[in-house]
Design a protein around this ligand. Structure first.
Ligand SMILES: Cc1cc2nc3c(=O)[nH]c(=O)nc-3n(C[C@H](O)[C@H](O)[C@H](O)COP(=O)(O)O)c2cc1C
Length: 351
């Protein structure tokens, strides 16, 4: 029995965000201590076959932490100790934000999902930027950039630019988040003109590598528009996907009617389908996110064209051994199918 099987019932007895805060505090407390070293030797899988190069970054393994878990860049070192190959911090906005009223995060236990309507609560670009500059982490750290709530859509490019400039020195790659379902009008930023204005402003400011994160709720023609832009502007990558406002019929939990973005197991098929759709249309690397809990889940996204994967909800349900379990499982799957490395398997299911 692993420790998380003992701790999980206690955490799941708390409201979801309270449990998240408790875990966060525990991880912060352990960071930089011998506990972190002990976790590192237990959870980091060191194997050349897991290494991936994408958008100029060297990843020791393909399993990263998705945006939203470490919104304020307090834990990249600790998450590396838990075996993750990269960490995406944020979403960060120019101004600090408190987000929506609590409760705003709900477990869908029977479905192994989460619905959240956090509303981009974060400490703001100045604080996060300083923290990142003082952080020394041995894995790539991406920064998820988002629009400040009170800023009008027309002013969004300058708002993103400000945030980028504060975090530029501490980030290894930058992600334009135009797909958060929890801020009024936020996803309107995914229309072509708005996206183009934001992306070109960030490129002019020197943001590189620059990726864009898309919503699974975009209809195919809108995804195609966004991908045309990715190709035209020469962006460095695409992240698919954010959470969904859709509610699959299969959901059983009583929390399914909560408002917000759904993540976890229930979005895995749609997210993987979107990874494939994107990979078929762009030449740049794809980051696959949505419902990755197991090695098989990660492998499916890699074979569908993702170079690396990320997860958030899986960490909540499976606990701190998830990166190790996925990485070890991936090595078995590679061997079973005769691939020499993860890079060999990327896109294996594409035509
Ligand atoms: C509580 C919570 C907060 C999140 N915050 C952000 C965010 O600030 N920016 C972002 O791009 N995605 C955010 N996400 C979305 C995740 O990064 C990820 O795209 C989504 O949860 C699907 O992955 P998963 O099924 O592994 O959780 C958040 C997700 C959750 C559950």
């Amino acid at each position: 029995m692993n420790v998380y099987q003992l701790v999980k019932p206690l955490l799941f007895g708390l409201p979801a965000e309270t449990a998240h805060d408790a875990v966060h505090a525990g991880l912060r407390f352990s960071q930089g201590t011998p506990i972190a070293d002990a976790l590192r030797s237990r959870y980091r899988v060191d194997d050349d076959r897991l290494r991936v190069e994408a958008f100029g970054q060297q990843f020791d393994n393909p399993v990263g932490v998705a945006a939203g878990f470490d919104k304020n860049a307090q834990l990249p070192e600790m998450l590396s100790s838990l075996g993750f190959g990269h960490v995406e911090v944020g979403g960060v906005t120019a101004d600090p934000q408190s987000g929506n009223l609590r409760p705003r995060m709900f477990r869908l236990r029977e479905d192994e999902g989460i619905i959240n309507r956090m509303g981009l609560n974060n400490h703001g670009a100045d604080v996060v930027g300083e923290r990142l500059a003082a952080t020394d982490t041995d894995v790539p750290v991406g920064v998820n950039l988002a629009k400040t709530e009170h800023v009008a859509i027309d002013d969004a490019p300058e708002d993103y630019r400000y945030t980028y400039e504060q975090v530029a020195d501490g980030g290894d790659f930058f992600v334009v988040n135009v797909s958060c379902p929890n801020s009024e009008g936020f996803r309107d930023l995914q229309n072509r003109d708005s996206m183009e204005a934001i992306l070109t402003t960030l490129q002019d400011a020197g943001a590189s590598p620059l990726l864009v994160k898309l919503s699974p709720d975009l209809p195919d023609p809108a995804v195609e528009d966004a991908l045309d832009l990715v190709n035209e502007l020469g962006l460095d990558g695409v992240i698919a996907t954010n959470t969904t406002t859709d509610r699959p019929d299969t959901l059983r939990s009583h929390n399914r009617a909560e408002e917000g973005g759904l993540s976890g197991k229930p979005i895995e098929p749609r997210a993987t389908q979107m990874v494939r759709f994107v990979a078929e249309r762009v030449d740049v690397p794809v980051v696959g996110v949505g419902g990755v809990f197991t090695a098989e889940d990660a492998y499916r996204k890699l074979r569908a064209g993702a170079h690396v994967v990320q997860l958030y909800t899986g960490l909540v349900y499976r606990g701190p051994s998830i990166a190790r379990d996925i990485n070890e499982g991936l090595l078995d799957l590679l061997e079973r199918d005769g691939f020499d490395s993860v890079e060999d398997a990327v896109g294996a299911d594409l035509e």
